[in-house]
Write a protein that binds this ligand. Structure first.
Ligand code: HEM
Length: 531
C-alpha cells in the first residue's frame, strides 16, 4: 500500500515469492520428508479429478513461480495460453483463475454462495480471528456484519448526511494542496489523496479530521502508517504452512503465530486510541451523546452480534473500523491518481472533460454531488481508468466452501478463486484496442453503478454478494474528488517532464498504485477562488 510514509508496506507477492526462495534452504529437509505425505494427500484429494487446463506444477511448490513479477500480468499471459478458466496449484492449494467476463458470469450465476468464502491463513487468523468483515468466513457472522455495513453504515441517508462534511474536507485539502505546491514544490499526488480520503473516512467514522498538517496531525499519520506498514509487511511473510499445511509445526517453531498475535494487540490498541473508544463506550453506557451527529462508532456501539442480543465485542468494532479505513483509502487514492495521469497523457480527453465541467458547473460555483449525474464524460473517463488500472487487479481471494462442478470440470472444496480483473478488462473480444485509453468507449453506457454490471465486463469492485462493501460510498467520493481536481486545479509536471514520459507501471499490493508516484505542481484555476 502506498501511503505517505509507508510505500514499502504493501502486501507484495513478489517479495513473498522471493522470500519463499530465500527460506527454502532452512525448510528443505522437512519439505522433502513431507513430500511423500503430500503426494499421498494430493492423490487422494485432487489428483484423480478432471481439472481445467493450466501450467504443469513443480513438485511441492506447484505453480508458485508462475506468479513471479506482477501476478495479474503473469496470469494474464498464462491465460492466453491455457484459457480463461485456468487451474494452478500453489503448494497444495488448488486454485482457479478466471480471465474473461463470460466465464466470470457463468461462475457467479451458479456458484456465488459457494465462493462467498475467504481463505484462511496464519496471519489473518491471528490478526483477526476471522471476526472482521474482510477476512470472515461466509456464514451468519459475516452476513450479520455485511448487513450492518449495508443497512447502517453505507446507507443513502448517512451518505447524504455527510455531504457538507465531504465538501468541506475537499475544500480544506485543495487549499493545502496549493499551499504545499507553492511552498515545497511538486506534490506527491497519491500521498495528498491518501490524506484527503483518510480524513474523509475518519470524519464519518468518528467525526474527526484525523491526519492534520500540524505536528500532532503529522505524528498521528505517521503512527497509523507505521502500524499499517507492519501489518502489510507481515501479510506478505512466508508462512509455508499456508500452502503446505502439514508443515504447521515449522510455522510454530518460527514463532509466527505469537508474532502476529502481538500485531493484533498493536492494531487494536491503535484503533482504540484513534477512536477514543473507551470514552465513547462510557458515554454510550450512560446513555449520553457526544453532541455530534451519529458516526460509525455510535452505530457499532449500538450493534449486536448475529444472536441479536450480545453487544458487538470491542475487537470486532475496532477491526471493522480498521477494515473500512484500510479498504477505502488506498484503493480510492490509486484510482484518482491513475485517472489524472491518464488525462495528462491524453490532452484531448482532458480538454473534453474540463469543457463538460465548465458547461455543467461553470466557474461561479463549486462542484456539488448533484452535478455528478450530469457529467457523462467524466464518468466515462473514470470507467476507462477503472478498466485499465483496477485498484485491486486480482480482487481479494475467495475460497470454495465445498467441492463443485464447473464447465465440465470437477474441483475440490477449498479451491481458491482469483478473478483476474486485469485480464477481463483487457479482453480483446470485448474491448477494441484494449491497451488504448479511450473514454469514448463508455459513452452512452450507464454511468458508474457497477452493482448492475451483469455482464461482468468491468468488475473493479469484485462480484457477487461478497463484492466491495464500501461501493455506495466509493462511487460518490471518487468522482467527486476527481471533478473538484479537474475543475479547480491546473496541473503541471516538474523539470520539463513530458506527459508521454510518465511511468505507467504499477506495483502489486493491497492496491496497485503507480510504481513511481505522480509528482506534480498544483496551481489554482479561476474557480479555485471559491474554496
Ligand atoms: C476504488 C475504490 C475501491 C475499490 C476498487 C474496491 C475494491 C474492492 C474489492 C475488489 C473487494 C473484494 C470484493 C470481492 O471479493 O469480490 C473489496 C472489498 C471490500 N471493500 Fe472495497 N474497494 C474500494 C473502495 C472501498 C471503500 C471506499 C470502502 C469503505 C469505505 C471499501 C470497503 C470494502 C470492504 C469492507 C470490503 C470487504 C467486503 C467483504 O469481504 O464482505 N472499499 N473492495
Amino acid at each position: 500500500m502506498a501511503t505517505p510514509d509507508s510505500s514499502g508496506g504493501a502486501f507484495d507477492l513478489a517479495k513473498w515469492i522471493n522470500g519463499l526462495v530465500a527460506h527454502w534452504g532452512s525448510v528443505a529437509v522437512a519439505v522433502v520428508a513431507a513430500a511423500v505425505i503430500a503426494k499421498f494427500i494430493f492423490n487422494s484429494t485432487v489428483g484423480r479429478r478432471k481439472l481445467p487446463p493450466g501450467p504443469a506444477p513443480w513438485p511441492i511448490l506447484g505453480n508458485i513461480a508462475s506468479l513471479a513479477g506482477l501476478p495479474h500480468r503473469s496470469l494474464e499471459k498464462l491465460a492466453r495460453k491455457y484459457g480463461s478458466l485456468m487451474y494452478l496449484r500453489l503448494g497444495e492449494v488448488p486454485c482457479i483463475v478466471i480471465s474473461s467476463a463470460d466465464v466470470a458470469k457463468q461462475l457467479f450465476k451458479t456458484h456465488d454462495i459457494l465462493f462467498s468464502n475467504r481463505p484462511g491463513g496464519c496471519f489473518f487468523e491471528q490478526l483477526t480471528e476471522y471476526r472482521n468483515i474482510t477476512a470472515s468466513r461466509y456464514g451468519p457472522h459475516w452476513r450479520h456484519l455485511r448487513k450492518t455495513c449495508v443497512h447502517e453504515l453505507f446507507t443513502q441517508k448517512r451518505l447524504e448526511a455527510y455531504q457538507a462534511t465531504r465538501l468541506e474536507e475537499i475544500s480544506i485539502s485543495i487549499k493545502e494542496l496549493f499551499e504545499e505546491s507553492d511552498k515545497k514544490g511538486p506534490v506527491d499526488l497519491h500521498a495528498w489523496l491518501h490524506r484527503l480520503l483518510f480524513n474523509n473516512l475518519t470524519r464519518v467514522i468518528m467525526n474527526n479530521r484525523y491526519f492534520g498538517t500540524d505536528e500532532k496531525g503529522m505524528k498521528d499519520a505517521m503512527d497509523f502508517n507505521n502500524v499499517t506498514a507492519l501489518m502489510f509487511s507481515q501479510a506478505g511473510d512466508v508462512v509455508i504452512s499456508d500452502f503446505l499445511p502439514y508443515l504447521g509445526f515449522l510455522t510454530r517453531l518460527q514463532g509466527k503465530p505469537l508474532l502476529y498475535r502481538k500485531t493484533r494487540e498493536i492494531v487494536l490498541e491503535m484503533m482504540r486510541r484513534m477512536t477514543n473508544f473507551d470514552e465513547r463506550k462510557k458515554l454510550h453506557a450512560e446513555g449520553r451523546s457526544t453532541g455530534e451527529p451519529e458516526d460509525f462508532v455510535d452505530v457499532l456501539l449500538s450493534s449486536t452480534l448475529s444472536d441479536g442480543t450480545t453487544p458487538l465485542p470491542d475487537d470486532i468494532c475496532l477491526m471493522l473500523l480498521m477494515d473500512v479505513l484500510v479498504a477505502g483509502t488506498d484503493t480510492s487514492a490509486t484510482t484518482v491518481e491513475w485517472t489524472i495521469t491518464e488525462l495528462l497523457r491524453h490532452p484531448e480527453a482532458y480538454k473534453r472533460v474540463r469543457e463538460e465541467l465548465n458547461s455543467v458547473v461553470g466557474s461561479d460555483q463549486l462542484v456539488k454531488e448533484e452535478h455528478l449525474e450530469h457529467l457523462p464524460y467524466l464518468n466515462a473517463v473514470l470507467q476507462e481508468s477503472f478498466r485499465l488500472h483496477p485498484a485491486t487487479p486480482l480482487g481479494l481471494p475467495r475460497e470454495s466452501s465445498e467441492a463443485f462442478e464447473f464447465l465440465g470440470y470437477s474441483l475440490p472444496a477449498g479451491t481458491r478463486l482469483f478473478v483476474n480483473q486485469w485480464a477481463i478488462h483487457r479482453d480483446p473480444a470485448v474491448y477494441e484496442q484494449p491497451e488504448e485509453f479511450n473514454p469514448e468507449r463508455f459513452l452512452g453506457r450507464e454511468a458508474l453503478k457497477f452493482i448492475g454490471d451483469t455482464q461482468f465486463q468491468l468488475v473493479p469492485f469484485g462480484s457477487g454478494r461478497r463484492n466491495c462493501a464500501g461501493l455506495p460510498m466509493a462511487v460518490i467520493v471518487i468522482p467527486l474528488v476527481l471533478a473538484h481536481l479537474l475543475h479547480s486545479v491546473e496541473f503541471s509536471l516538474p523539470d520539463g517532464q513530458q506527459p508521454k514520459d510518465l511511468d505507467m507501471t504499477e506495483t502489486f499490493g493491497v492496491a496497485a498504485p503507480k510504481a513511481s508516484p505522480l509528482m506534480i505542481y498544483a496551481t489554482p484555476r479561476e474557480s479555485a477562488a471559491l474554496y
